[in-house]
Design a protein around this ligand. Structure first.
Ligand code: FAS
Ligand code: PHB
Length: 389
C-alpha cells in the first residue's frame, strides 16, 4: 500500500492534520493504537486559543463548536480570599473558546468518517523505517497480520508515549524536561459551574481550578501529591478541599454532585529537539508536554499542525520544500514560548513541597502586582489567548 502521508496517532493532532490535508487532496492514512471510543473517553483540554478555532474553521469542523462552545473574555485569579479578573478583550481584543478536547476530537472523527479518509484502529507494533531517506515506510500489525505502507512523509502525532519521538536517533535527539513535584486531580461533574468564567486559585493548601464544559457540566481540579491515588479521594473529600482553596464567597456558591470522571494527571514540561528527522515530523505531545496550567497542550499541538500542514501543502502544490525545511525551527520557537508561559503560571499558582514562607510571599507579591498592573495583565492575556502562529 502507498500513501503520500502516514499519520501515526488518531488524537487531535493527527485528526486535524489529516482533515486539513484531505481538503487539499493530499492523501493521509491515520494509524491509531486504540479505538475511537477509547480516544473519545479521555478527558483533557477545555480551552481553545483563537488559532485553533481558526484551524477548526479551516478544516470545516467548527459548526458544533460555534453553537455549543463558550467564548470567554477573561479569567479570574484568586489568592486566599482575594480575587481579580484578567480581561482578554481589553488587552488583546480576542476571547478564548471553552469547548472540550473530547468534543473537538469527536467533530474531527465525524468529519473524517464522513469524507471516507482511512483510519486504522487497534494497530500494534508500529515501526517507522528509513525516515532519513527519500522512501520511508511504516509497518504495523492489525488483526494479526503485518502491513506495510510506503509514503513520502510520516507525521508522528502519537503523543508522549508513542513511537515516533524515539525513532529519532539518540545521537540526533535532545530532550529537555522538568517534572513537577505534584499532580492535578480532576473531576467532571454534571453540576452548574461555580462561575461563568474560569477561576485559577492559589491557596495556602495548594492550587485549584474551576472550569467547565457547558452550563451543566463542570470541570474542577485540585493540586495533589504525586503519591495520591484516585481511590484516595472520595467525592466529598474533593469538594471539601476545593472549597478550602477558593474564596469563601465563591465556595458558598459551589454546587457539588457525583463525579462522572475522576483522574490524576502528573505535570511535566518537556521538549524534544529537533521536531523533524528526514521525512519524519513530530507534532503535538509526541514532541512536547506542558503543565496544563496555561491551557497550552492542545493549543501548541494546533500550531504544530498549522506549520506542518502549510509545509506539506507547499511541497505538494508548489514543489517547494521551504516550509517543511523550516518546520522544526518555526514550531519550536512557539513551543518554547508556550513552555515558558506554562512554567511561569504553574510556578505562580502552585504550592511546592519545598516552598519556604518567603517563596510564598514572592507568589503573593507577584499576584498583587498582576492584580494592580495593566501591563502585567496584558502580558498574561497575550500569552493566554495565544501568541500568533
Ligand atoms: P494525544 O496523546 O492526544 O494523541 C496521541 C494518539 O496517538 C492517542 O490517541 C494514542 O492512542 C495514539 N498512539 C500512541 N502511541 C501510538 C502508536 N504507537 N501507534 C498508533 N497510535 C498511537 N492540555 C490542555 O491544554 N489542557 C488540559 O487540561 C489538559 N489536560 C490533560 C490531561 C492529561 C491526563 C493529559 C495526558 C494531557 C492533558 N492535556 C491538556 C494535554 C492534551 O490536551 C494534549 O496536548 C493533546 O492531547 C495533544 O494531542 P495529540 O498531540 O494528538 O496527542
Ligand atoms: C479544563 O477545562 O480542563 C482546563 C481549563 C484550563 C486549564 C486546564 C484545564 O488551564
Amino acid at each position: 500500500m502507498r500513501s503520500q502521508v502516514v499519520i501515526i496517532g488518531g488524537g487531535p493532532s493527527g485528526l486535524l492534520l489529516g482533515q486539513l490535508l484531505h481538503l487539499r487532496g493530499i492523501d493521509a492514512i491515520i494509524l491509531e493504537r486504540k479505538t475511537r471510543e477509547y480516544v473519545l473517553g479521555r478527558i483533557r483540554a477545555g480551552v481553545l486559543e483563537q488559532g485553533l478555532v481558526g484551524l477548526l474553521e479551516e478544516a470545516g469542523v467548527a459548526d458544533r463548536m460555534k453553537v455549543e462552545g463558550f467564548p470567554h473574555d477573561g479569567t479570574l485569579i484568586s489568592y486566599g480570599d482575594e480575587i481579580f479578573r484578567v480581561d482578554f478583550q481589553e488587552h488583546t481584543g480576542t476571547p478564548v473558546m471553552v469547548y472540550g478536547q473530547t468534543e473537538v476530537t469527536r467533530d474531527l472523527y465525524d468529519a473524517r468518517e464522513a469524507c471516507g479518509a482511512p483510519t486504522v484502529f487497534n494497530v500494534e507494533n508500529v515501526v517507522i523505517h528509513d525516515a532519513d531517506s527519500a522512501a520511508p515506510f511504516v509497518t504495523y500489525d492489525v488483526d494479526g497480520a503485518q502491513k506495510r505502507i510506503d509514503c513520502d512523509f510520516v507525521a508522528g502525532c502519537d503523543g508522549f508515549h508513542g513511537v515516533s519521538r524515539k525513532t529519532i536517533p539518540d545521537t540526533v535527539r535532545k530532550e529537555f524536561e522538568k517534572v513537577y513535584p505534584f499532580g492535578w486531580l480532576g473531576i467532571l461533574s454534571e453540576t452548574p459551574p461555580v462561575n461563568h468564567e474560569l477561576i485559577y486559585a492559589n491557596s495556602e493548601r495548594g492550587f485549584a481550578l474551576c472550569s467547565m464544559r457547558n452550563a451543566n457540566l463542570s470541570r474542577y481540579y485540585v493540586q495533589c501529591s504525586l503519591d495520591d491515588k484516585v481511590e484516595d479521594w472520595s467525592n466529598e473529600a474533593f469538594w471539601d478541599e476545593l472549597k478550602r482553596r477558593i474564596p469563601a464567597d465563591t465556595a458558598a456558591q459551589l454546587v457539588t454532585g457525583p463525579s462522572i470522571e475522576k483522574s490524576i494527571a502528573p505535570l511535566r514540561s518537556f521538549v524534544t529537539e529537533p521536531m523533524r528527522w528526514g521525512r519524519l515530523f513530530l507534532c503535538g505531545d509526541a514532541a512536547h508536554i506542558v503543565p496544563p496550567t496555561g491551557a497550552k497542550g492542545l493549543n501548541t499541538a494546533a500550531s504544530d499542525v498549522h506549520y506542518l500542514y502549510g509545509g506539506l501543502r507547499q511541497f505538494y502544490e508548489e514543489n517547494d520544500s521551504t516550509g517543511i525545511d523550516a518546520y522544526s525551527a518555526r514550531a519550536l520557537s512557539r513551543v518554547w514560548k508556550a513552555e515558558r508561559f506554562s512554567w511561569w503560571f504553574s510556578s505562580l499558582m502552585h504550592r511546592y513541597p519545598d516552598q519556604t514562607e518567603f517563596d510564598h510571599r514572592m507568589q503573593v507579591a507577584e499576584l498583587e502586582f498582576l492584580r494592580s498592573n495593566k501591563a502585567a495583565q496584558a502580558a498574561m492575556a497575550i500569552n493566554y489567548v495565544g501568541l500568533p502562529y
